[in-house]
Write a protein that binds this ligand. Structure first.
Ligand SMILES: [Fe+2]
Ligand SMILES: [Fe+2]
Length: 143
């Protein structure tokens, strides 16, 4: 398996996982702050859309349909439930730090160049991931 193929598949899985996770957290912390639940659910929908972008790219590039959508979403939801005892600030810090890391990686890949359609997909999702990296500070540092 070439690097790009493995990378896209992994990204697809991670995005679907994140969709499940954000969906559960959005429901659990619906009333933490006004619009907070909606904000997380919205982030989740964006992850789902990113996952679909990777799925379409994979299908076009390799003529293979990625089928683990439902199971990855289910795992994300499951982790969301398992993390329930962890304080919200710790969870959001962990998630935001990870989103920031992902954003840096995407920026690096865009700068390196390569497959045009793939770079286009990365450029499409980058602003969303940068926004997700601010979820923690918006929730706990905003005045
Ligand atoms: Fe994403
Ligand atoms: Fe994200």
């Amino acid at each position: 398996m070439d690097n790009l193929k493995a990378e896209v598949r992994k990204s697809f899985r991670t995005e679907m996982f994140a969709f499940g996770l954000y969906t559960v957290l959005g429901k659990q912390y619906k009333n933490f702050k006004p619009n907070f639940g909606e904000h997380l659910q919205e982030a989740g929908k964006q992850e789902h859309m990113h996952g679909r972008i990777f799925k379409h790219f994979y299908q076009k590039q390799y003529n293979i349909e990625l089928k683990e959508e439902k199971v990855c979403i289910a795992v994300g939801k499951c982790v969301g439930h398992m993390l329930r005892p962890m304080p919200l600030n710790k969870k959001l810090k962990m998630i935001s730090d990870n989103e920031a890391k992902v954003s840096v990686e995407i920026e690096k890949k865009i700068a390196e160049g390569g497959n045009k359609d793939y770079i286009k997909a990365l450029k499409r999702i980058l602003p969303d991931e940068i926004a997700h990296s601010k979820i923690y500070s918006e929730a706990f540092e905003a005045k």
